[in-house]
Design a protein around this ligand. Structure first.
Ligand SMILES: [Fe+2]
Ligand SMILES: [Fe+2]
Length: 128
């Protein structure tokens, strides 16, 4: 996974892919994976909430679009929750992981670049 250069979010992204790897391993080994999925969804909600909060704080103009994209991702995951383990596994590997990677490289990267500048400006004016 490529980093976007915004530490808090890079860490969250990394943690999420780790949890997903555990879900995948559990499904493959025919183990109970509900707890891990719960953990993943909780993590994702906190992560998305924190991104939106920061975007709003710094008046990021693309906040609504970014939020829509988050809602879309959560919606896709929720629709898969009552599917069979095999279908869920297929979804995670071929849809969710590529989708998240793409989101990080596009939406999150642009957001991070904007936020870094906004925070720098804020610090600059606070020093004066
Ligand atoms: Fe993100
Ligand atoms: Fe995002």
């Amino acid at each position: 996974m490529k980093k976007i250069g915004f530490e808090d979010f890079d860490t969250m992204h990394e943690e999420e892919f780790e949890i997903l790897a555990k879900v995948v391993a559990k499904i493959k080994n025919h183990l109970e994976y509900n707890e891990e999925i719960e953990k993943f969804l909780k993590h994702l909600n906190v992560h998305f909430f924190q991104e939106i909060e920061l975007m709003e704080k710094y008046n990021y103009p693309l906040t609504p679009n970014h939020n829509q994209e988050h809602i879309k991702i959560i919606g896709e995951i929720e629709r898969m929750l009552d599917k069979s383990p095999d279908e869920l596994l297929e979804f995670i590997k071929n849809r969710l992981i590529p989708l998240m990677e793409e989101h990080i490289q596009t939406f999150d990267k642009i957001m991070a670049d904007y936020l870094k500048e906004a925070i720098k400006d804020e610090e600059f004016y606070q020093e004066k």
